[in-house]
Write a protein that binds this ligand. Structure first.
Ligand code: ZN
Ligand code: FE
Length: 257
């Protein structure tokens, strides 16, 4: 499997997922850069995988379907039923698999940012949309803190070596928040330096689940230092041992950071 990040809009990423000459595109917010990347890579786009219905993830779907007759469009069944993702040809639910050549992508339903959010787990990588970002997580537009906490816990439970490909390049600013949560963390400092260097070189920041476990505050509410920082920032957090409450406090803190 080969993954090709395709920068779109201001800070979005679409991704080509390639098995030889066959490819799927994850979250095409626009069509032109995706078609150009497919031509450059010499792959045929057979499928479109949509992590959620927001326009900055599906804005290019209709154009691509016109340009590529017969292309499959995969989205969560709730977004397909409500027609929030256009042109869906395959409605999926948690645990379903989507085949691309020899690759089998497993669908994980990860509600929180939106109720129909899904991640695709394939070939040692996970495409997380706006659920898990580099050193951060998406805002709760539709779901509850309970949902997002559960979704992030599942993503965080993937094997540590899993490559994380998210919907936006937010890592550098997310690490500023991570440093405020854990000021003494050398893992955060080291990652911030690497992320800044990657961006200065025009490269996407990349990470693994293990990197996220080490530096992403939204996977680290179980760490005493993170819990203490969250309670200090959001003093109304009631039960100190309540993981969902701690997650919600961290999210609120980040919202006003
Ligand atoms: Zn979104
Ligand atoms: Fe987005």
């Amino acid at each position: 499997m080969r993954v090709v990040p395709v920068p779109c809009l201001k800070d979005n990423y679409a991704y080509l997922v390639c098995d030889g000459a066959r490819a799927a595109v994850v979250d095409p917010s626009e069509s032109a850069p995706v078609l150009a990347a497919a031509a450059r890579e010499g792959v045929t786009l057979e499928q479109i995988w949509c992590t959620h219905h927001h326009l900055d993830h599906v804005g290019g779907v209709e154009d691509l379907q016109r340009a590529l007759p017969g292309v499959a469009v995969v989205a969560h069944q709730s977004d397909a039923e409500r027609k929030r993702v256009p042109c869906v040809t395959r409605a999926v639910a948690d645990g379903d698999t989507v085949a691309l050549g020899a690759l089998q992508a497993r669908v994980m339903h990860v509600p929180g940012h939106t109720t129909g959010a899904i991640a695709f787990v394939v070939g040692g990588a996970v495409f997380t949309g706006d659920t898990l970002f580099g050193a951060g997580c998406g805002r709760l537009f539709e779901g509850t803190p309970e949902m997002m906490h559960a979704s992030l816990t599942r993503l965080g439970g993937l094997p540590g070596a899993t490559q994380v490909y998210s919907g936006h390049e937010y890592t550098v600013s997310n690490l500023r928040f991570a440093a405020a949560v854990e000021p003494g963390s050398s893992a955060v400092t080291t990652r911030a330096e690497a992320a800044a260097a990657a961006r200065a070189a025009g490269q996407p920041t990349v990470s693994t689940i293990a990197d996220e476990q080490a530096t992403n505050p939204f996977l680290r509410w179980g760490q005493p230092a993170v819990a203490a920082a969250a309670r200090a920032a959001e003093p109304d957090v009631a039960a100190p041992g309540d993981a969902v409450a701690l997650f919600a406090a961290l999210r609120r803190w980040k919202d006003r950071f």
